[in-house]
Write a protein that binds this ligand. Structure first.
Ligand code: PMP
Length: 369
């Protein structure tokens, strides 16, 4: 049996020879590789989750609320409060992580015979989910400094006429935000070319110096903003992502969602977390301060750093990023090699974790000189 491999199975041609996505989950003292929030949930929230889950458990003989109305209402309230733009539950859709939101969007607006574009390097799951949904992937350009070169991006959209345009802001793994004017110009280009859906992935927006692009939704039914509770809410283990868009988009993704995709336990846990929004956003402020400290100290040590609006920082340059990654790991600190030649990415951790990281890269700098 063990001599049968994936490629011996009748798997789809586009999956042959491919590896699954995933950062190494290594057991090292300091793990700063997956942009998680380093702070465990506060104890009062843990208690509230237990209460709400106990309550939900009493009804587990029944399927959950298929439309997750209460959760979507609370998410809309959160977005309205923080996003400077009024939204109701009809504007919001939720799924198991924003990865599932993106998958549902591609199942709805992409698929066989259609294409999606992203400006790379960017979040690699956009391309992988495109492949998984049979959507053709177009690797759009980015400038040398990792900003989006508007003229080149417009040309790529006009040439390929993609059905879905991904714009990640703040971008992962580079950390920089995309100016609202650029997003607007790309939206216009996408409408002129097709018209296509424009998905703005705001997974890290709570860490940004700037505001969410939610107000741009006004009068733009082809715009979708995707968000997550994995980063700012410190709840990566919860698996809760969501989107904000015109109600027609919310209706459209329901054509592809699996019935009862969001378990009663997930909905109860997310509702508990949303009750503690203010405390959780307090951690965001600490992390932003630590992120700014990482940028300043990395520069002081002599590294190049990409401007960051996220909870992570891209730094370099290395003759071999992989070799540098390994030497940092030898010092007990796990960062991320995203395959961007010359650059590595570090997530902002607790002050102690960041100190350990800075000590490691200070030593590395001396070693490399
Ligand atoms: N978008 C971006 C840009 C991300 O970096 C991530 C997580 N690494 C996600 C979406 C997915 O997050 P989740 O599925 O946990 O919501």
């Amino acid at each position: 049996m063990s001599d049968v491999r994936i490629d011996d199975l009748p798997v789809r041609d586009e999956l042959r020879g491919k590896s699954p996505y995933g950062a190494p989950q290594l057991d090292v003292p300091v793990r700063l590789n997956t942009n998680e929030n380093p702070y465990p949930l506060p104890e009062p929230l843990v208690e509230r989750i237990a209460e709400r889950v106990r309550e939900a458990a009493r009804g587990l003989n029944r399927y959950p609320d298929r439309d997750a109305v209460q959760l979507r209402t609370e998410l809309a309230t959160y977005l309205t409060k923080t996003g400077k733009y009024p939204l109701g539950p009809e504007n919001v859709w939720a799924a198991n992580g924003s990865n599932e939101v993106i998958q549902q969007l591609l199942q709805t607006f992409g698929g066989p015979g259609r294409t999606a574009i992203g400006f790379e390097p960017s979040y690699s799951m956009h391309a992988l989910i495109a492949r998984g949904t049979g959507t053709g992937w177009i690797s759009g350009p980015r400038a040398e400094d990792f900003t989006i070169d508007l003229a080149a991006a417009r040309r790529a959209i006009a040439e390929h006429k993609p059905d879905v345009v991904f714009i990640t802001t703040p971008n992962n793994p580079t950390g920089n935000a995309v100016p609202p004017e650029t997003v607007l110009a790309l939206y216009e280009a996408a409408q002129a070319a097709k018209p296509s859906m424009v998905v703005v992935d705001e997974a890290y927006i709570e860490f940004s110096h700037g505001d969410s692009l939610l107000p741009l939704l006004a009068g733009r039914p082809h715009l979708v903003i995707s968000r997550t509770m994995s980063k700012a809410f410190g709840a990566a283990g919860l698996r809760l992502g969501y989107l904000a868009a015109h109600p027609a988009v919310v209706d459209a993704v329901q054509l592809v969602r699996l019935p009862y995709h969001l378990s009663a336990i997930t909905q109860a846990t997310a509702l508990a977390a949303l009750e503690h929004t203010d405390t959780l956003l307090g951690y965001v402020e600490q992390l932003k301060a630590e992120r700014d400290r990482l940028v300043a100290e990395l520069r002081a040590i002599g590294y190049e750093v990409t401007e960051s609006d996220a909870n992570f920082v891209q730094f370099g340059r290395f003759a071999s990023a992989h070799e540098a990654w390994r030497r940092i790991l030898d010092r007990g600190v796990l960062v991320r090699d995203n395959g961007v030649p010359g650059w590595l990415r570090v997530s902002a951790g607790t002050p102690e974790e960041n100190d350990a990281f800075l000590d490691a890269v200070r030593e590395l700098k001396k070693e490399l000189e």
